[in-house]
Write a protein that binds this ligand. Structure first.
Ligand SMILES: [Mn+2]
Length: 326
């Protein structure tokens, strides 16, 4: 297994590059996007050309995040890959397959991640599972370089940090998270803009889909486990897209006494995408991993083949057991 690398080693290697392809995990979130925008600026200020390519569309509101206009969404890598690139930088991908692209391996990889159990697939592995967000790790690269971040980069990295910590409410909202946030704001990050893009750019379909999802709310394990789901018919009635589900999992979380939320989403036949949330030391990641998924202790995900009923039956025993053993 490859070893881990420090900020100094990452920067030393980066300075030898002239063209870097930046990518991240499928269904990119705020951390993935913000980290990529921040990393692109850092590399640019070191004299490196960059392209940012993601496999799936950006979260709706964050498409307006300054810097996001440079992101290419594509099913395949650029035509000049691999010949014109000397490094690939992956933002928070525990495994290389999480990018959704094949053949990235033909170029040396810089693997930047804060998830547990990263595969260490890079030539360089810049990993810190205690970091609140990949964006916070990129921020440390700016400091170490040292490179002065623009307000745009500071805002992108603030978006990364604030979305991954649930607006600084989750257990990863550590002192380091707040210290980094304070520095970002001092460098021109715009928390008001980030909050508006994350919370006040809902599509009509997503609000209608929320109503559909809430009508399915089921409580288990003495009301400690909340389960909601949306299937293809709900998407059709709401006029919603697969990406219109971003906020749904958060509402059942707010119910007093709820320790675990499971959100099941089936956009088409074949597989159900599961999002899990929990409180405190309840490790929903362990259940996600048992279905081939991953994530963090309090926020994890996986896919289960079949329809909603099949997925629910497969999933619930493991979640109930977590509450019994808690
Ligand atoms: Mn993250």
């Amino acid at each position: 297994m490859n070893r881990d690398h420090t900020t100094v080693e990452v920067l030393k290697r980066l300075r030898r590059c002239s063209r870097v392809l930046i990518t991240g995990h499928r269904n990119p979130d705020g951390d993935c996007l913000g980290s990529a925008i921040g990393f692109a600026e850092l590399a640019g200020k070191l004299g490196i050309e960059t392209s940012i390519v993601f496999r799936d569309p950006l979260p709706f509101g964050l498409r307006e995040l300054p810097g996001a206009e440079a992101v290419i969404i594509a099913e395949t890598l650029p035509e000049d890959f691999p010949s014109h690139y000397d490094l690939v930088a992956t933002m928070e991908c525990p495994g290389l397959d999480r990018t959704g692209f094949d053949s990235l391996h033909s170029v040396p990889i810089l693997n930047i991640d804060h998830h547990k159990a990263n595969d260490r697939f890079g030539e360089l592995n810049f990993l810190d599972e205690d970091s609140p967000a990949a964006g916070e790790m990129i921020w440390r690269l700016f400091e170490e370089a040292p490179v002065q971040p623009s307000p745009q980069a500071a805002t992108a990295l603030f978006a990364a940090l604030s979305t991954d910590t649930g607006d600084f409410r989750y257990s990863n909202a550590t002192g380091n998270a707040f210290r980094a946030a304070a520095e970002m704001v001092e460098w021109g990050a715009d928390p008001t803009l980030v909050s508006e893009l994350v919370h006040e750019r809902r599509t009509l379909g997503s609000v209608r889909l929320l109503a559909e999802a809430l009508s399915t709310l089921e409580m288990h394990s003495s009301n400690q486990l909340a389960v909601i789901e949306v299937g293809p018919e709900a998407f059709a009635r709401a006029g919603a897209q697969g990406s219109d589900t971003d906020q749904i999992v958060n509402l059942p979380r707010s119910i007093s006494g709820v320790e675990i939320v499971a959100f099941l989403k089936q956009t088409d036949s074949g597989a159900v995408r599961i999002s899990l949330r929990s409180r405190g030391t309840i490790d929903v990641r362990s259940v996600a991993v048992s279905f081939g998924g991953g994530g963090h202790t309090n926020a994890a995900g996986c896919s289960i083949d079949g329809d909603l009923g099949t997925a629910r039956d497969a999933l619930l025993p493991g979640l109930k057991a977590l509450l019994e053993n808690n």
